[in-house]
Ligand binder design. Sequence first.
Ligand SMILES: *Cc1c(COP(=O)(O)O)cnc(C)c1O
Length: 232
Amino acid sequence: MLKTQLTEVERRIQAACKRAGRKREEVTLIAVSKTKPIEVLKEAYDLGVRIFGENKVQELTEKYEQLPSDIHWHMIGHLQTNKVKYIVDKAELIHSVDSLKLAETIEREAEKKNCIARILVEVNVAEEESKFGLKTSEVIPFVDKISKYPHINVCGLMTIAPFVENPEKNRPIFADLRKLSVDIRHKNVDNSNVSILSMGMTNDYEVAIEEGATMVRVGTGIFGARDYGMKM
Ligand SMILES: *Cc1c(COP(=O)(O)O)cnc(C)c1O
């Protein structure tokens, strides 16, 4: 089942790239493995998956310890400052930086571990009250400020679009995030290279790719529905 679903996601990514006149290599697929047991991740690994996304620090670190070291781990969920120290040198990319306090903590912990933390700024483009992320208007001053931190590398922007029946409804949101990243690049903020656009999930990744996503985060589409009742 996993193989069939992975093949199908890959096929759809290729088709979306083709429609948009983009190269397949421009889009990175992150297999969102949250709540899934180690054996399922191993199966995905054996099928060639090397990039996994997790949204909880403890789950990420447990899986990190148990699986091969050539896996790239992405922290895609909301991050509490007191947990930064556990993942700052394990996550290849933190997708969810949304406050100065969090950025300051990442800077401090990265300095202690003598690493450079690669991060994305999470933007709540749709300004949904239930979601984390900066408002669009707050992003440029924020990037300006945190790109001065020597142990943080601002690599791009991330958004979680609203859940909608028809993914077309999210197209303007993805287009807005892309516009914002172009604006930031035009400002040429030192020490930032805002080239990553992490947007699109199972329900809407094809539209996101058509609108310029460079990373899509797909969970259900690869691994099937999540069972939150199950204890990891
Ligand atoms: C769970 C999650 C995903 C994947 O969601 P699916 O709809 O299962 O593809 C993507 N991004 C974030 C931030 C998530 O928490």
